[in-house]
Ligand binder design. Sequence first.
Ligand code: 2M8
Length: 414
Amino acid sequence: MKDILDASALDVEARRILEMNDRGGYSVPTAGLYPYQWNWDSAFAALGYAMFDLARGWKELEVLMAGQWDDGMVPHIQFHKVDPSYFPGPDIWGGVGPVPSSGISQPPIAATMARLIYELDPEAGATPMRALYPSFVAWHRWFMDWRLDSGAVCLTHPWEAGRDNAPDWDGSLARIDPVGIDPYERRDTGHVDPSMRPRKSDYDRYLWLVKQGHDCGWDQARLLEINPFRMADPTMHFTLLRAHRDLAWLGRELGLDTASLPDWIAQLEAGAETLWNAALGAYDVRDTASGAWAQAVSNAAFLCWYACVDPKDSLATYARVQAPVRFGVASHDPESPAFEPKRYWRGPSWAMMNMLIAMGFDEAGLPEGAALRDSTARLIAENGFAEYFDPLTGAPAGGRDFTWTAAVWLAWCS
Ligand code: 2M8
């Protein structure tokens, strides 16, 4: 790759982006569009920083976990410094943690990134990792206490999966009548072409769900009773299962208490069965209220190798959906009528998802991992450090100078 693409110039650019998006101990995904600290973005950022500054990598995780709520939840956004360029802000969310925050979480990849950083230099990593370990256990426990349905991990808001407007949620969101939300003004469409963003009908429902959480003080027991949107989801399930495994590894390595982890791993291994949609030939989203499948092949379906669960027929499905795709993994099946190659999580290729999927392929000894890495590297080299990309043409889309794309370049592509 290096001879073809001038990787060293891209390394310099990736580092420049990470430094530019550094707000002093935490990073923002990109200025303007996302001016706060996002949970899984921050975990990728930590790995990116660690490639040239280990201490800065650990610092990112420390700031992330310092926003943990008393109940163990680690919020999806921390609003360290209010910035009107983003909506909805802290007043709409009413988070109840130590830092103004949202009230939902995000895919728990932080323990997995912590393991990768630790492995770069175990001696330097022992002290920060020991300090972080109990907060990771508490966060993982929160998911196990509040978010299981037949052993599958659920989300309570599309923003929680990080795959905001994926077609996976369409049927279930359509059943919500978003009455009672205050008039609002979106900011995202002022930064990015609206045709690359969610539709208004999605935003109305996102805000209705936020209001519901806000009005009950983000009480998980109450939300379990009243929230009609509880989706058992491969993103949450596979990232948590993988994170449990990595946390257990770190705990054993450092001689820490790993007592809960084997049982949590066993529960999620069994629960993965309830996400397998045999008719689709893929792991799928299941609406826990109706029992209905989303009938959607997403990129999250291909995290089964990353989670080290039985892939069943996933490889054949991967080959089918990837046939027309040139760059990375499409976030939604290109043969589906809902596929839109530039609209956010309804089709585009995401460098960080590609990395997680490829980690699983590599560990399973499948050649698809190296191929995915090459196509993602080419995507970035030819189109820049965009938020996401058209998987058919490679055209950059969404925000630019993006933290996780830069981090993925440094940690995996270069
Ligand atoms: C996107 O989500 C935020 C809401 O959380 C938004 O659109 O305002 C998603 O791509 C999510 O996965 C990501 O963490 C976030 C920041 O990059 O942006």
